[in-house]
Design a protein around this ligand. Structure first.
Ligand code: GAR
Length: 218
């Protein structure tokens, strides 16, 4: 089966990008990173691909008057690199319907809570402030809402008495690094099937042919 080409959007530290790089390197993921795009020139994520044969591009919002032009620049870059699945890995911007319609069903995100609880910013802080005893992380497809898209995988993490935002975030992040490559792998193996908003995980099929795995963006 041919490798699915990923376009990874980042804004900061890039630890989820690292987990994807590691999974590809270990041949646990039938994918290739076509491009990494950051909206932040200082993002540590860009440093993580130094030394790899992976293009890293910075597209800053401030260089565009209209949000749509900023997003068009991102979409153009994804197309140049023949990206088949867009992976948001700590990309801290809300994508507009314009972008989402272009790539519908082919954008994944990871969020540090058990959605639909605690969407949006500072999910770990929201969980602590609410007094939740369990939190976790969610991998989902993007739809037009904020963290409302069809859920692919979730994993729970306990919230401990002595937790701070930092300790809870770290415990969740550890799970994110396992869950995100796993979800991307399911997509790459053609094992995700979305019915309405329910994502079904199909049984593994031995010797699946390339022609059954059409996932191009356009
Ligand atoms: C991760 O915890 C990710 O779940 C979160 O940002 C962090 C990025 O870390 N994303 C969101 O909150 C999106 N709403 P990373 O840059 O080290 O991968």
């Amino acid at each position: 089966m041919s490798k699915i080409i990923l376009g990874i959007l980042v804004s900061g530290r890039g630890s989820n990008l690292q987990s994807i790089l590691d999974a590809i390197h270990a041949e646990r993921l039938n994918a290739k990173i076509g491009v990494v795009i950051s909206d932040n020139p200082e993002a540590n994520a860009l440093k993580r691909i130094a030394g790899f044969d992976i293009p890293g591009v910075c597209i800053e919002r401030k260089n565009f008057t209209a949000k749509q032009d900023f997003e068009k620049a991102i979409a153009d870059e994804l197309n140049i690199h023949h990206v088949e699945l867009v992976v948001l890995a700590g990309f801290m911007r809300i994508l507009s319907p314009y972008f989402i319609q272009r790539c519908f069903g082919k954008i994944m995100n990871i969020h540090p809570s058990l959605l639909p609880a605690f969407p949006g910013l500072d999910a770990q802080q929201q969980a602590l402030q609410y007094g939740a005893k369990v939190s976790g992380c969610t991998v989902h497809f993007i739809d037009q809402g904020i963290d409302t898209g069809p859920i692919i995988l979730q994993e729970a993490v306990p919230v401990l008495e002595e937790d701070t935002v930092e300790t809870l975030a770290e415990r969740i992040l550890h799970v994110e690094h396992i869950l995100y490559p796993r979800a991307i792998g399911l997509y790459c193996d053609g094992r995700l099937c979305t019915e309405n908003r329910r994502v079904r995980i199909l049984q593994e099929v031995e010797g699946k042919g390339d022609d059954e795995n059409e996932t191009g963006l356009d």
